[in-house]
Design a protein around this ligand. Structure first.
Ligand SMILES: C[S@@+](CC[C@H](N)C(=O)[O-])C[C@H]1O[C@@H](n2cnc3c(N)ncnc32)[C@H](O)[C@@H]1O
Length: 367
């Protein structure tokens, strides 16, 4: 029995079944046994691959988007460049390389990384060594100071959600309890939520509704700051454009889906992001919102195809094939293609002009 499994079994035996959000938070963030606190999970040898790890072009496009936003902000002499959940630090390194050509951007930027994993903090420090002197934060609040540009790729999907199931009697919370055979099982809370609580959507019997409280709080905090102090934020994640029902909790280990209740602390746990609710929350907090766009549309509008062509011109045939394959993967369409599955949402101070990458706005030619 793994350390985390033993702890969960004891905790539930003593205190009773726990909410899905607590289960997710412990699997991902337990201080000793949590998934992200014990490993570098990226790449072919790891559990999953993210867009910045597929190609440098991803971070380069986002870097140019950030530079455009900074210019739209009036090129402030100081601003905080904040990344949430920076993984291996690759996205930030690529952003910084792409923005070297933008006069004044690096001198104005102070780099802040919000990261809970000490293992990944070390990887980030190594990746960014000689390129930036980041300050690390446990929570976003301490990184939000003055005008900001906030970037988060695949962070919202790692934040815990609660789940509710529609029964004949009303919404019941889904809990993680014991299966009686030494393992864990999903069950329902005995009590039905009173009508008029925040779960106003009506579902058919068996429908599952997810409440992404942590992600909504984070988006609200950033939107409030941006509306007050200037700047903007970009969230990229897989998820849906419209709110709906469904259990989206999934576990991935070594690039395969596994049962979320078995490989405790050894598999990545994520949910699909409900972008419609993120938009609503950001607007309520006073920010302007653009998107969500499909990742493929966003990257193509920023000039991904032109960048791939430019890189291919100086590449060997093997390198050119790799660049082509990365381009295809980042923009692949269809239900499982990254280009359609991933969405991009921008928040900004309401006084700023529309930002590039959404609809027909394109970046101006760079030097
Ligand atoms: C799926 S990885 C994405 C990494 C990176 N953005 C990329 O695209 O390669 C999630 C990242 O978020 C971090 N993380 C997870 N939960 C977090 C939390 N509550 N606060 C800050 N960082 C968190 C993880 O340690 C990891 O760096």
């Amino acid at each position: 029995v793994s350390g985390l499994k033993a702890e969960l079994l004891r905790l539930i035996a003593e205190d009773g079944p726990i909410p899905v959000s607590r289960f997710m938070a412990l699997c991902l963030g337990h201080p000793r046994h949590g998934y992200y606190l014990t490993r570098d999970p990226f790449g072919a040898q790891g559990d999953f691959t993210t867009a910045p790890e597929i190609s440098q072009m991803f971070g380069e496009m986002i870097g140019l988007w950030a530079a455009h936003l900074w210019q739209a902000m009036g090129a402030p002499a100081r601003f905080a460049l904040v990344e949430l959940g920076p993984g291996r630090g690759t996205l930030m390194a690529d952003m910084l390389r792409a923005t070297r050509i933008v006069p004044g951007f690096h001198a104005a930027a102070s780099v802040h990384l919000v990261e809970t994993s000490p293992v990944l903090r070390d990887v980030q420090a190594a990746t960014l060594s000689g390129k930036a002197e980041p300050a690390w934060h446990d929570r976003v609040g301490t990184a939000l100071d003055g005008p900001v540009i906030v970037i988060a790729n695949e962070l919202l999907d790692a934040l815990p959600v609660d789940q509710f199931v529609m029964t004949k009697a009303g919404w019941c919370e889904r809990l993680v309890g014991l299966d009686g055979e030494g393992g864990l099982a999903f069950g329902l809370a005995g009590q039905v939520l009173p009508a008029g609580t925040s779960l106003q959507m009506r579902g058919e019997e068996g429908a599952v509704l997810e409440q992404p409280a942590a992600a909504l709080d984070l988006v609200s905090e950033i939107a409030t700051h941006v509306a007050r102090s200037g700047g903007g934020a970009l969230f990229i994640d897989y998820g849906s454009l419209q709110s709906g029902f469904g259990d989206t909790l999934q576990a991935m280990r070594r690039h395969q889906f596994v049962d979320p209740l078995t490989e405790l602390g050894e598999a990545d746990l994520t949910v699909h992001v409900d972008f419609a609710r993120m938009v609503q929350t950001a607007l309520q907090a006073g920010a302007a919102v653009q998107g969500p766009s499909l990742q493929a549309d966003f990257l193509l509008a920023l000039g991904l195809a032109e960048r791939a062509d430019a890189l291919c011109r100086n590449a060997t045939p093997d390198q050119a094939r790799a660049i082509g394959a990365a381009f295809d993967r980042l923009t692949e369409r269809g239900e499982t293609g990254m280009g359609d599955l991933f969405k991009v949402l921008a928040l900004s101070h309401p006084g700023l002009p529309p930002l590039p990458g959404f609809d027909l706005h394109r970046l101006p030619e760079q030097g």
